[in-house]
Design a protein around this ligand. Structure first.
Ligand SMILES: [Fe+2]
Length: 302
């Protein structure tokens, strides 16, 4: 995702890394210390244990396929080599969040920007901005899936054509799919809680939300609908009140590519329409589970 320069980003610039105009850097391998490697290993082991049976198969297989199961922060070039062989994507190191247009440009060229630095040991459970673990463990395994990989590529291309004024709508879509999406479980495993599995990067990289998103009775789980999601506000400070469930990555490919292009070519009516609150359930929604709303805060949607 993208945002203005943050303090952390500025800190990295100040540290003297050479940043290219497209915001990429060479992964500064010499800057990782024993603590960084230990944090990676601890998070990897913890999340993979949690995600077995909860995340979709493509994620679990992808994480193993690109070699994330190592006792050190992965070397980006080695990950890229495996990813390139799978779907023609590669990862590029960045100091942190990059501006939206530049982010879209990378996706449109099948490059996924990955923050190089690791969170600290006291930030295992939560940190506000994406670090290497979120970006690499959260986002990159699914890029080995050909349909998902094409969906993100299509998103980058479609997003580049979208008018500036519609970017907040695009952010909602990315949030409710790529970051916090659930997918209908078709594995036939009786064990999948609520009949859904996780694919969103914000969920798979979070211990608490990996459990909450598929097991808690509190949130709504609704069938994904493009227009519905484009109009729905979300939470950045708490677990989501609502998760949207896709049927397949093919559905995601349609929404993130042709769907955006068609729906946001003339975005004015959609921008003018009143947005839905993060916890709303509409008559038109297809409901997987209606949330009990337990523990919800009344305000704070963005
Ligand atoms: Fe992310």
């Amino acid at each position: 995702m993208a945002a203005a320069a943050t303090a952390k980003l500025q800190e990295q610039f100040d540290a003297g890394l050479t940043t290219r105009p497209d915001f990429t850097i060479d992964q500064p391998l010499e800057r990782y210390g024993a603590v960084d490697h230990a944090v990676w290993e601890q998070l990897y082991r913890r999340q993979m244990a949690l995600l077995e049976g909860r995340a979709c198969e493509a994620f679990i297989e992808g994480a193993q396929r690109i070699g994330l199961n190592v006792a050190h922060v992965p070397i980006f070039d080695a990950v890229s080599e495996r990813l390139m062989a799978a779907t023609g994507w590669r990862i590029v190191a960045v100091p942190g969040l990059v501006p939206e247009r530049i982010f879209f440009e990378h996706l449109a060229h099948r490059r996924f920007p990955v923050t190089w630095w690791m969170r600290r040991p006291d930030q295992l459970d939560y940190l506000q901005e994406p670090d290497c673990f979120h970006d690499l463990f959260g986002h990159v395994p699914l890029l080995t899936d050909p349909v998902f990989a094409d969906a993100i590529h299509a998103y980058g291309r479609a997003a580049l054509a979208v008018d500036e004024c519609a970017l907040p709508l695009l952010a909602r879509l990315y949030w409710y799919t790529v970051e916090f999406g659930l997918i209908r479980d078709t594995s036939g495993e009786a064990s999948a809680p609520q009949g859904v599995k996780i694919y969103g990067a914000g969920i798979v990289s979070s211990k608490g939300e990996s459990l909450y998103s598929v097991e808690s009775a509190a949130p709504n789980r609704l069938a994904f609908d493009l227009e519905r999601v484009l109009r729905t506000r979300y939470r950045i400070d708490t677990f989501q009140k609502t998760y949207f469930v896709i049927d397949s990555f093919a559905q995601l490919f349609d929404a993130l590519g042709a769907g955006i292009a068609a729906r946001l070519a003339h975005p004015a009516p959609l921008i003018a329409a009143a947005p839905y609150a993060a916890g709303d359930v509409l008559h038109s929604d297809t409901i997987y589970t209606r949330g009990t709303r337990e523990g919800w805060l009344d305000d704070g949607d963005v």
